[in-house]
Design a protein around this ligand. Sequence first.
Ligand code: SAM
Length: 275
Amino acid sequence: MVATPIGNLNDMTPRAIDILGQADLIAAEDTRVTGQLLKHFGISTPMISLREHNERSMAEKLVARMQAGETIAQVSDAGTPAISDPGAVLAACAHAAGIPVVPVAGASALATALSAAGFTAPHTLFYGFLPPKTKQRCDTLTSLKDAQWVTVFYEAPHRIVDSLDDMVTVLGPDRQAVLARELTKTYETIRRMPLAQLAEWVKSDSNQQRGEIVLVIDAAPPVEAQESSEYDHVLAPLVAELPLKQAVALAQSITGAARNPLYERALILKKTLEN
Ligand code: SAM
C-alpha cells in the first residue's frame, strides 16, 4: 500500500519511488493520474486499473498473481490508499490469503490537515465524506454533536457551503473549525475560526469553494461547561476585561456557581474572543 503526494511532488518518499520501481505491477485507481506521477519519477512499471467498481474481482486476480510470486504495489490517485479510496479490499484479500501487506507511509490529507489544525483534544475521529443530502448530513452531524473528540471530514468543493451551513445549524455557530484547502499546493489555505464565521467567509469568496478541502471540527465543550453557559452574561464581560483566574473568581462570587465548570466555560469564551 504505497502513499503518494496529495499535491506537492516533493512529498513523494524515496521509499515509495524504490518500491514502485521494483514492483512487478502497480494497481492504480486511475492509470492516467498515476501515469503522470510515474513519468515524473522515471518509473516504467506496468499498471492495472483497480477502482471501486472492479475492486473485488480485480483483488482476487491480483492475489492469485501474488501467490504466484509477483509483488504488487497499490496506489490511489493521491495520498494513502484505503483512506476514502480503493485499497482496503485488496488488503483484506491479501490478509485472507496469508500474503504480507506492507504499508509504505506517506502523505494523507487527514494527517496533514489535523497536524495544522491546532486542536488539543486527545482523541480524533476520521469521518471521511458526509452524506451528500442535507437530511442525512444533519442526522450524521447530530450523532456527532456532543462528541468529545476532534472530527475530520473530507468535503467536495461543490458541497462545502451547504455542509458548513448544516454544521452551523447542528453544531452551533461558535464551534471552532479549520478549513484546510489545497494542502501542499500553490493555493494552500488553512483558516481557523468559529463555524458561523467560517461559513460566511467561504460564502463571500468563491475561491474558497474550489479545489480539495478537509474540514476539522473541534471537540464539543465538556458537558459541565455547556451547562454553565447560562452564566455567560456575567462571565463574558469579565473574561473580556480581566485575567482568567480573576474573571472566574468574580463570576463565582456573583453567581454562586461551581468554579470548575465556570473555568472551563471561561476558557471557551476566551478562545472565542481571541479568534
Ligand atoms: N486517500 C486520500 C488521502 O489519504 O488523503 C484521500 C482521497 S479522497 C477520495 C479525496 C479527498 O481528500 C478530497 O475530496 C479532499 O477532501 C481530501 N484531499 C485530498 N487531497 C487534498 C489536498 N491536497 N488538500 C485538501 N484536501 C485534500
